[in-house]
Design a protein around this ligand. Structure first.
Ligand code: PLP
Length: 407
């Protein structure tokens, strides 16, 4: 669908790992050159003004780039109004900012979250728990490993709930929470006086999220994966009118940063308060090149394309005898598909020798996400190679040749 908008690995390979790091949009090298040019030509003045490399139609400098990208790219990506989304370096930073806001804990003393959360929510909240003097209530998953919506609602109804945090698409299972379930959780949380924070990393770029219509208070995610923005690029949406004053903010988020006063003051734009120290601006030059491509194609079209490829992959996986970890119901899937396969790591290594890039976890999970640069032939090539290998055992004994902690 959008094959030509991205660089592809050589030789012609089938890249199915959008869920972990997107391909490089073809405009990125020029944007990185633009960063070098702006730095070289303007030096410190680039903080005040650089050419409008993003076609945002606004006066832009490195100083206001996090909000400019928020309005021009993140707002349409998330389906939220201008003035409510900001670029941040990581989901961890966004979550820490929310948790450090005293307004959240004026509502109660309990964070309700799920055992299916990524560490940027689960660990960050537990690390801050003692400091904040709050309780973190971690709702276990259902026996089949999915989000326990009934359990979450039960936990929300217990006294003292201030914040509810959960994933839009589970990182371990690929389970997508349907909009109706998100709205139900939001209703319950708001009835309890609590705020809702959604981690939408695996929805970002692959689903038409519509965060405002979902009624959530806060929505965070990153641009590294399906949004194809690479590292250092994440965001936070803060519902219009929600007043938060994060304590983990830095001087870039202050109201009058160059006054260098003795005490911090509060920035009038609530988004800006979530900034920390000096913005790492180089990553902002590649942050939204993928988003630009996806918005240009239309998020509804992207979602439909991904759904069609996923359906094909699910059918082929079932034919090959793989157990699906991701729900079979298409309404409960995002782009990420997780399947169970004995010897998954060997299969991943073998697929790589055949120029098909997938990913394995813990020796028994195979993960793929057919995305906008893939077509049906890519999905078929993956499962043709896989099925043949299952028949012959050709994958047995294969090992990853690139060793490191990242999978
Ligand atoms: C659901 C989810 N949230 C958060 C993250 C990571 O966020 P960050 O590294 O920006 O804190 C990931 C990364 O893989 C993820 O899958």
């Amino acid at each position: 669908m959008l094959r030509d908008a991205f660089f592809h690995p050589e030789p012609p390979a089938v890249e199915l790992r959008a869920f972990t790091h997107g391909l490089q949009p073809r405009t990125v090298p020029a944007m990185m050159q633009a960063f070098a040019d702006d730095w070289r030509a303007r030096g410190v003045d680039a903080w005040n003004a650089v050419p409008d490399r993003w076609h945002a139609g606004r006066n832009t400098g490195w100083w206001n780039l996090p909000e400019v990208l928020g309005d021009a790219f993140l707002a349409p990506l998330l389906g939220v109004p201008e003035g409510t989304a900001i670029h941040l370096p990581s989901v961890h930073a966004a979550v820490a900012g929310v948790l450090s806001s005293p307004e959240v804990w004026q509502r109660g003393h309990r964070l309700v979250t799920t055992a299916g959360e990524f560490p940027s929510v689960l660990h960050t909240s537990q690390r801050m728990q003692r400091l904040l003097g709050i309780d973190v209530d971690v709702v276990p998953q259902t026996p089949d490993g999915y989000a326990n919506v009934d359990g979450l609602i039960e936990a929300i109804r217990r006294p003292g709930t201030a914040l509810v945090a959960f994933s839009h698409v589970g990182f371990a299972t690929g389970e997508r929470l349907p909009n109706a379930a998100i709205r139900e959780i939001v209703r319950e949380a708001h009835a309890a006086g609590a705020l809702v924070l959604v981690d939408g990393y695996h929805a970002t770029g692959s689903l038409a999220i519509g965060a405002e219509a979902l009624g959530v208070d806060l929505y965070t995610g990153g641009l590294l994966k399906e949004a194809c923005g690479s590292a250092g690029n994440a965001y936070l949406y803060i519902r219009d009118g929600l007043d938060l004053t994060p304590a983990t903010t830095g001087w870039f988020g202050g109201g009058d940063p160059f006054a260098f006063g003795l005490a911090p003051d509060v920035h009038p734009d609530v988004r800006r308060r979530f900034l920390g120290g000096t913005t790492s601006v180089a990553s902002l030059y590649h942050a939204v090149e993928g988003v630009r491509v996806l918005l240009g194609a239309g998020l509804d079209r992207v979602e439909a394309h991904v759904a069609a490829l996923s359906a094909r992959a699910v059918a082929r996986a079932q034919d090959a005898g793989l157990r699906l970890v991701t729900p079979g119901d298409p309404a409960r899937r995002g782009a990420l598909l997780v399947m169970e396969l004995d010897g998954a790591d060997e299969m991943v290594a073998y697929l790589k020798t055949r120029h098909v890039y997938a990913d394995g976890r813990r020796g028994r999970l195979l993960r793929i996400a057919p995305f906008v640069w893939n077509d049906a032939a890519d999905v078929d090539r993956c499962f043709d190679v896989l099925s043949d290998a299952l028949g012959t055992g050709a994958h047995r004994g294969h090992r990853e040749t690139t060793h490191g902690p990242v999978t």
